[in-house]
Write a protein that binds this ligand. Structure first.
Ligand code: ADP
Length: 300
């Protein structure tokens, strides 16, 4: 089983001729309401491509507003078990995303229900040995910390996507099995400049007790099993039109493969294929993502 613990957001995207200045009123257009949030996107990708026998569940909070109902039903339609999605009084997590004619954007995130977690959140998650628990950092850090500790104690595997970056993630690594970060996050967490190469990743991984996966966008991915040698994998060649959500789809694909007992190397290939396919559509979730499409690129 894949259990994704984290955030769900309603993304409100709109076009503006230019980004508004203080005090300015503008006419926007092309308003879109899309389900998003790193956790939700990861669960969506994992459920779309999960092999037979692998189930995907989401543990999250949504508000008691219409956005909450939409967020829940979009996940359920993708095949995600939403029994662990709590409804809390107030607004759902919302991201207001303005994109101007030059492609520049401004994003305001209102965490809403993503910041409302009961004290008992970690203890009440049904976790079993062998489960793959996936976390990101869009919910309170204390929640992530206690879920990692509980998963570790119960013998579940923990995949931590340390995004958006919080340096305290470094303190959690003893309980993490696979750490997934992009190049910028890896740089900030481990003190590297951009242009990370396989040797750098090997150098970082040598001191870690977790497997390390660093995604490099169109340059592909470098991964190293705990204390082992680094392996580079180029990106799959696709017609990329929008890279939003590539990293989330990568994590979802990786987790689905790990839950099916794939090796780290095949899981990285599945993640790369899910990431690549997601860049071929607009938006963070690829509605047409399938296991067949992933296997065509990445192999079984
Ligand atoms: P993030 O969205 O977190 O910044 P990346 O941009 O590194 O993550 O993308 C995650 C993965 O998605 C990459 O490692 C790669 O496998 C795949 N990917 C991203 N961009 C492209 C692209 N333009 N073409 C093909 N694959 C891509």
């Amino acid at each position: 089983r894949v259990i994704v613990v984290g955030s769900v957001n309603l993304d409100l995207l709109y076009r503006v001729p230019h980004l508004p200045r203080a005090g300015e009123t503008l006419l926007g257009s092309q308003l879109q309401r899309l389900s998003g949030g790193k956790g939700g996107n990861q669960a969506h990708a994992a459920a779309k491509i999960a092999p037979p026998g692998v189930t995907v569940a989401m543990v999250a909070g949504v508000g008691d507003d219409d956005a909450g109902a939409l967020l829940r039903s979009d996940l359920a339609s993708a095949g995600v078990d939403v029994a662990g999605v709590r409804t809390v009084p107030g607004v759902s997590g919302t991201a207001l995303i303005a994109v101007d004619d030059g492609g520049e954007n401004t994003i305001v995130v209102i965490p809403g229900a993503n910041s409302e977690w009961p004290e008992s959140a970690a203890a009440s998650i049904d976790l079993r040995p062998g489960d793959v628990v996936v976390l990101q950092l869009e919910v309170p850090f204390a929640v992530v910390e206690s879920v990692v500790a509980r998963a570790d104690e119960l013998g579940a595997r923990v995949v931590l996507n340390a995004a958006p970056l919080d340096r305290r993630a470094a303190d959690l690594l003893a309980g993490v099995d696979v750490l997934v970060v992009n190049e910028i996050e890896a740089g900030e967490l481990f003190g590297f400049d951009a242009g990370l190469e396989a040797d750098d990743v090997a150098g970082i991984a040598a001191d870690l007790t977790t497997d390390l996966v660093v995604t490099l966008g169109a340059r592909g991915v470098v991964f190293a099993p705990a204390g082992g040698a680094a392996i580079s994998h180029p990106a799959f060649a696709v017609d990329a039109i929008d890279t939003v959500g590539a990293g989330d789809a990568f994590v979802g694909g990786l987790a689905a493969a790990l839950a099916a007992s794939a090796s780290l190397e095949s899981a990285v290939r599945w993640g790369s294929a899910a990431g690549a396919l997601t860049t071929t559509v607009r938006g963070a979730r690829h509605p047409g993502l399938t296991r067949e499409a992933v296997e065509t690129l990445a192999g079984p």
